[in-house]
Design a protein around this ligand. Structure first.
Ligand SMILES: Nc1nc2c(ncn2[C@@H]2O[C@H](COP(=O)(O)OP(=O)(O)OP(=O)(O)O)[C@@H](O)[C@H]2O)c(=O)[nH]1
Ligand SMILES: [Mg+2]
Length: 244
């Protein structure tokens, strides 16, 4: 199975070098794509430097901070063009440990969506302030209840999608970004009639750098489950027509 790991970056310079080494050193043998949004701290330049000596590392540059959703959409489209069998989305701050890549890939043999889940066996989140943990668990319960998604962790960003899933979900039509994008992606997989499984991960607070999640984005992600439930995500999408 040819696997591509994708990480959108914005000011992750201090995390990048070790993360690239860990991903490329993983036994899954995946290629790695960084989508950098012209990070002011020079993450994109550093990625280019590493890519010059690591042929399995690819870097895409965008002109400015355009958000997580469109970064993944572009990356997934590229992955389909390049013929990868599966893609894994992963944050660039060490919250998602590359040590879990083999478990995600292994489970992808039996499901088109594999979620690295923080809430499978109780709660496995390390170093978050209590307030953030409470917010995340409430947001998750809320999203699960309103959308009816059968997952404990509906907002996880650490996940593996098969090529078939990428074909079937109508990538180009995805209208949300940020946390909302993560919910919409899972929703589309389930609506396409494909199966998802969760594998447990321990999520750790970011190693270096600052968070980019805004209050506005959190507020938007409260509306997204309703958009899914009321069917707004389907409008004019040509959803379901693109068979794998
Ligand atoms: N390319 C790109 N990457 C982004 C953008 N916003 C966030 N990211 C990256 O997306 C990943 C997740 O963002 P984070 O800031 O870690 O969000 P979070 O995990 O919810 O919050 P913290 O872990 O507390 O920082 C990281 O690798 C970020 O660098 C963006 O607009 N463009
Ligand atoms: Mg993070």
């Amino acid at each position: 199975m040819r696997v591509l790991v994708v990480t959108p970056t914005y000011n992750e310079r201090d995390n990048l070098e070790a993360l690239v080494a860990a991903v490329l050193g993983s036994p899954v043998g995946a290629d790695y794509l960084i989508v950098d949004d012209n990070s002011p701290d020079g993450t994109g330049r550093l990625a280019d430097e590493i890519a010059a000596r690591e042929p399995r590392l690819h870097v895409r540059h965008r002109p400015g901070k355009l958000g997580l959703g469109t970064a993944y959409r572009e990356a997934f489209t590229w992955a389909l063009e390049q013929g990868y069998d599966a893609v894994i989305s992963m944050d660039g701050d060490w919250s998602h440990d590359p040590g879990y890549l083999p478990a995600l890939v292994e489970a992808a043999a039996r499901a088109d969506l594999v979620i690295g889940s923080r809430y499978l066996n109780g709660i496995s989140v390390v170093n978050w302030e209590l307030s953030r943990l409470i917010l995340s668990t409430i947001a998750n319960t809320y999203a699960r209840t309103i959308t009816g998604l059968p997952f404990r962790d509906c907002t996880s960003g650490f996940q593996c999608l098969t090529r078939r899933a990428l074909h079937r979900i109508g990538l180009a039509a995805i209208g949300t970004s940020g946390y909302s994008f993560l919910i919409e992606l899972k929703y589309r997989v389930v609506k396409a009639g494909l199966g998802g499984v969760e594998v447990p991960i321990v999520f750790t607070d970011r190693r270096a750098g600052a968070s980019k999640i805004s209050k506005a984005e959190i507020a938007r992600s409260m509306v997204t489950p309703w958009k899914m439930r009321l069917g707004f995500w389907e409008r004019g999408t040509g959803f379901g027509g693109d068979a794998a």
